[in-house]
Design a protein around this ligand. Structure first.
Ligand code: ZN
Length: 297
């Protein structure tokens, strides 16, 4: 079976989780080639196994090189292992109350490595993953590497997910659209948003002499205006990266793009460097339900 057919078959099983991004009506898989709404808006399954559900052309600032670097760092280094373990633990702790599948949607998934790594650690039965990003480059890379989550190119402001379709919304180091997150979150579902902590990639910032630290007060306040904040989990870890990984890390980090290239070259010359991960995981729900079991391991 081709990748395209596998995706069409899987999407057919969960087609009620989707809606047309143009007219919001229900979607159906027609002969395993197209995903079509009741008003005939048609989106084709690509041969790499993803669906492009964008309704307009978008130019993303993130190119192939950035996504390749990001994929190698997330998959091959252990830099984000604690983050993946912690989020998977939060998902695994939740009582599975419904007979239906639990949809884990990563919104702003880039090249998909965070979502795949988290799903690999999920022990919940009936978990199904969906990764959405506005960048076609990112989604093609995700679909080429990972078969099972459903990969969609789409705009988070007009998400192709149906009302209340998601048990878990992941939003990792990526902009949010809370109005849409609220619409697609199931009653009692969790929004899991990851933001940088004060020491995130501290060594890179020090190299670039950036004194400003991340402060998340505004981000947390905004989150609280939309969701019931249940818990904030801080993940801190320091790992040693060897030279090729250091180069990848610099490539995937936007703060280096406009920086002093001489400083960056010097950073590249290190055989190895300790790199600090400091992330805050905000866990929220729609105010109606409170059967949350804490996520701290
Ligand atoms: Zn439509």
């Amino acid at each position: 079976m081709t990748k395209k057919m596998k995706t069409a078959k899987r999407v057919h099983q969960y087609n009620t989780a989707f809606q047309c991004p143009i007219c919001q009506s229900a979607m159906e898989v027609i002969d395993p080639k197209s995903f079509v709404c009741s008003k005939n808006h048609t989106f084709d399954f690509a041969k790499q196994g993803y669906i492009n559900m964008l309704t307009h052309q978008v130019t993303s600032p993130y190119g192939k090189e950035l996504f390749e670097a990001r994929q190698r760092i997330i998959t091959n280094s252990s830099l984000y292992t604690m983050l993946h373990d912690t989020i998977a633990h939060v998902i695994n702790q939740q009582p599975c109350t419904s007979a239906a599948s639990l949809m884990v949607a990563d919104l702003g998934c880039g090249e998909g490595s965070h979502l795949q790594a988290i799903l690999d650690k999920c022990m919940q039965p009936k978990v199904t993953g969906v990764g959405i990003d506005i960048s076609k480059e990112g989604i093609i890379m995700a679909a080429k590497k990972h078969d099972t989550p459903t990969w969609l190119v789409a705009d988070l402001a007009k998400s192709p997910l149906a009302d209340k379709a998601c048990s878990f919304i992941l939003n990792i180091l990526s902009p949010a659209n809370y109005r849409e997150f609220k619409r697609i979150l199931s009653p009692g579902g969790l929004v899991i948003k990851v933001v940088p902590g004060p020491n995130y990639l501290r060594e890179l910032r020090e190299m670039l002499s950036q004194k400003t630290k991340h402060h998340n007060t505004e981000t947390v306040d905004l989150f609280k205006r939309h969701f019931d904040l249940l818990e904030v989990i801080r993940v801190q870890d320091t790992r040693e990266l060897h030279q090729t990984a250091i180069v990848d890390l610099v490539r995937m980090t936007p703060l280096t793009w406009t920086s002093n290239q001489a400083q960056i070259k010097q950073f590249y010359r290190q055989d190895a460097a300790a790199i600090t991960i400091d992330l805050e995981i905000l866990i929220g729900t729609n105010a109606s339900t409170r059967n949350y079991i804490g996520g701290k391991a």
